[in-house]
Design a protein around this ligand. Structure first.
Ligand code: GDP
Ligand code: MG
Length: 174
């Protein structure tokens, strides 16, 4: 194990209310926040040991920016990896991640680390996006996709770990 700790900056993007902040806080701080201010944009940092290597992970939790394409461009340019979040309980939130993905590919090329995350899997009776549709996204885009619940802490770590592994591979030690 090398003594040098590499740093990676990730950005979480998606429509307002899908649970970006809840997911980020769950992973970076270890708790679920029921009513986090939807206008707060914040960067969190944590050292993560995964596969016998420690890394510094920085996550930018974006807020209410869907209308401001130029601002998204800035976030995307600054990030090395992306979590595209949609809500399993709201079909319309898939539209947002489709256009965000196009923006990312345009700015960063097609080898950029991405994970797609469906949120609120603890609300099965409100579910609008099924497994079949998720498989299509994963195969069509060639990206991993996770069903998560920030509230119940289901598969949150799996999604972040996947992104960190992708970033380590994409940006190897020089
Ligand atoms: P953001 O605008 O994407 O940052 O969304 P927030 O993280 O602020 O969450 C929006 C709303 O969804 C809040 O009322 C959260 O409590 C709720 N929420 C977020 N994640 C979950 C989850 O995993 N399960 C449930 N049941 N509600 C969630
Ligand atoms: Mg938020």
């Amino acid at each position: 194990m090398s003594g040098h700790v590499r740093e990676f900056s990730a950005v979480i993007l998606g429509a307002g209310g899908v649970g970006k902040s809840a997911l980020t806080l769950r992973f970076m701080k270890g708790y679920f926040h029921e009513a986090y201010d939807p206008t707060i944009e914040e960067t969190y940092r944590r050292t993560i040991t995964l596969d016998d290597e420690a890394s510094r992970l920085e996550v930018l939790d974006t807020a209410g920016t869907e209308q401001f394409v130029a601002l998204n461009d800035l976030y995307i340019k600054a990030g090395r990896g992306f979590i595209l979040a949609f809500s399993l309980t709201d079909q319309s939130t898939l539209k947002e991640i489709e256009s965000l993905r196009e923006q990312i590919l345009r700015l960063k090329g097609d080898r950029v680390p991405i994970v797609v995350v469906g949120t609120k899997s603890d609300l099965p009776e409100e579910r609008q996006v099924d497994r079949e549709q998720m498989m299509q996204i994963s195969l069509g885009w060639g990206v991993p996709i996770y069903e998560t619940s920030a509230k119940k802490n289901w598969h949150v770590k799996d999604a972040f770990d996947d992104l960190l592994r992708q970033m380590r591979m994409r940006y190897p030690v020089q």
